[in-house]
Write a protein that binds this ligand. Structure first.
Ligand SMILES: Cc1cc2nc3c(=O)[nH]c(=O)nc-3n(C[C@H](O)[C@H](O)[C@H](O)COP(=O)(O)OP(=O)(O)OC[C@H]3O[C@@H](n4cnc5c(N)ncnc54)[C@H](O)[C@@H]3O)c2cc1C
Ligand code: FES
Ligand code: FES
Length: 471
């Protein structure tokens, strides 16, 4: 076992003993002088620092776009990093050419990030089309060009590449022949295989002070403290990385990322709505790193995954074999029913009954890449029009992620109609205690929660609740 952090950077093997909490952005720019990866916000918001992170799994390389400003170098051990320099060849590749042809760059500061994200899209897309390609750019911000020309470049590119697709997605060989990735990509698996033999480290820093999931909260909140601390990565144990349904429960490992939840076939089987709804969580690169466990332990009152899990009646399972219902886990603002050294292993959710309905609503100042002012989830089972079982949650309305216990008790066993839901919304408002802050006044948040409860029922029971009546 090597005491260095070993990975492949573009086409080069790197072994480094830099501080494991160094973010990859700094390593690239300061140690490697690869300044094509830009430093913008350092908070995961702008995408200027985007890189591709590849690992070998189930016999093939899988790449995802990540923000290098929130990525500790310890996390890339045994992986392939691709920067904008690693995509260059002696002429512009089709992505670069489309950006030039459509005038989709001005100062150029954001452009490497856009090119990396589009490359990540073609490397991972299950269906190549303009709409999903544009959705994939949710983590990239351009301050000067304007998005119309960027959209045109994407349309042109998709039209050009689409004819090469086999079963809607592109193989590595096709991407190399189209020129989207350079030839050296085909040699990366064997380079990684050699790197892994004897060099992959696991938990080198066992006296950890910080347990890192994706780092998307920690590296925003404590970047300096992390540099003088020991780190341990979660997710090396299988149970933390698995998603499986067994004994009437869906078990999701704490280190599973939000993207993995979106694309898991097991989750799609029981909760198909989550694939689209979770697009409201951060951006593509944030979802690629953010873990479900990190979202819960960070305990933000507006955490989106927590909000969803409260309505799904989730329980938490820790490494000391303790189990806690998520509803009882939050004791006060960022105060948890958890010992400091406990590690969350997995989250279990009861499998839903056949005819259940689920919805998640989030109001934020921007549709994407923004945290909620108020969010809310609903899980409901009905027989004809009568509620048989209901669970409602609300975020941003109390010091903790909130389960609307009184509202659920009121709705239980009742027939759905407008006046019932109207009364339920008033009960919900009476059991919350929002504060005024940058995301809105307390009164505004009360109005939002009422609207979100109505929105759940309008969306799930359009035949019973008339949107016109609500207005
Ligand atoms: C730009 C941006 C956009 C965002 N958008 C959203 C959004 O839309 N919705 C939303 O809800 N959040 C959002 N977030 C917040 C963040 O991405 C999520 O809370 C994410 O799920 C945190 O997971 P992580 O793995 O990155 O956590 P980390 O930063 O790795 O860890 C967070 C905390 O959890 C602890 N921890 C992690 N795993 C375990 C474990 N297995 N056992 C015990 N403790 C553990 C860590 O020690 C730390 O205290 C955003 C963040 C950024 C930077
Ligand atoms: S520098 Fe803005 S997302 Fe990393
Ligand atoms: S081209 Fe200037 S920020 Fe996008």
């Amino acid at each position: 076992m090597s005491s260095s952090i070993n990975f492949i950077l573009n086409n080069e093997v790197v072994k480094t003993t830099v501080n494991p909490a160094t973010v990859v952005l700094d390593f690239l720019r300061k140690n490697k002088k690869l300044t094509g990866t830009k430093e913008g916000c350092r908070e995961g918001d702008c995408g200027a620092c985007a890189i591709l992170l590849g690992h070998f799994a189930d016999g093939k390389m899988r790449y995802k776009t990540v923000n290098s400003c929130l990525l500790p170098i310890l996390s890339v051990n045994g992986m392939h990093i691709v920067t904008i320099e690693g995509l260059n060849s002696d002429k512009l590749n089709p992505i670069q050419q489309a950006i030039v042809d459509e005038g989709a760059t001005q100062c150029g500061f954001c452009t490497p990030g856009f090119i990396i994200s589009l490359t990540g899209y073609f490397l991972s897309a299950e269906n190549v089309d303009t709409e999903t390609a544009i959705e994939f750019l949710s983590g990239n911000i351009c301050r000067c060009t304007g998005y119309a020309s960027i959209k045109r470049a994407v349309e042109k590119l998709v039209a050009e590449v689409k004819p090469y697709t086999l079963l809607n997605s592109l193989t590595k060989g096709q991407l190399i022949s189209v020129g989207i990735i350079p030839k050296y990509f085909s040699g990366i698996p064997s380079m990684l295989e050699k790197l892994e033999s004897g060099m992959l480290m696991e938990r080198i820093y066992s006296d950890s002070e910080f347990l890192i999931g994706g780092g998307t909260d920690l590296f925003v909140q404590k970047p300096t403290a992390l540099l003088s601390s020991n780190l341990t990565l979660t997710g090396r144990d299988r149970i933390l990385s698995e998603i499986k349904a067994e004994n009437d429960f869906l078990n999701i490992g704490a280190a599973v990322s939000i993207s993995e939840i979106q694309h898991s076939e097991t989750i799609k089987k029981y909760f198909p709505q989550l694939e689209k709804l979770l697009n409201l969580f951060g951006s593509t690169p944030i979802r690629n790193r953010a873990t479900i466990g990190g979202n819960i332990i960070n305990a933000s009152p507006i955490g989106d995954m927590i909000n969803i899990l409260l309505a799904l009646n989730a329980s938490l399972h820790f490494n000391d074999e303790r189990t806690v219902d998520l509803k009882n886990f939050f004791l006060g603002y960022k105060m948890l029913n958890k010992k400091d050294d406990e590690e969350l292993l997995y989250i279990s959710i009861p499998l839903p009954v056949k005819n259940y309905k689920f919805n998640f609503e989030k109001v934020s100042r921007r549709t994407y890449l923004d945290i909620a002012s108020v969010n809310s989830s609903i899980y409901v089972e009905t027989n004809e029009n009568k509620i048989e079982n209901i669970r409602l949650s609300a975020g941003g309305v109390a010091p903790v992620p909130f389960y609307l216990e009184n509202t659920c008790n009121f709705l239980q066993s009742k027939e759905i109609n407008f006046s019932l839901i109207d009364e339920a919304a008033s009960i919900a408002i009476s059991e919350i205690s929002p504060i005024s802050d940058a995301r809105g006044s307390a009164d505004y948040k009360k109005i939002l929660l009422r609207q979100l409860i109505l929105a759940h029922f309008i969306k799930l029971f359009p035949a019973l609740i008339d949107a016109e009546e609500v207005i």
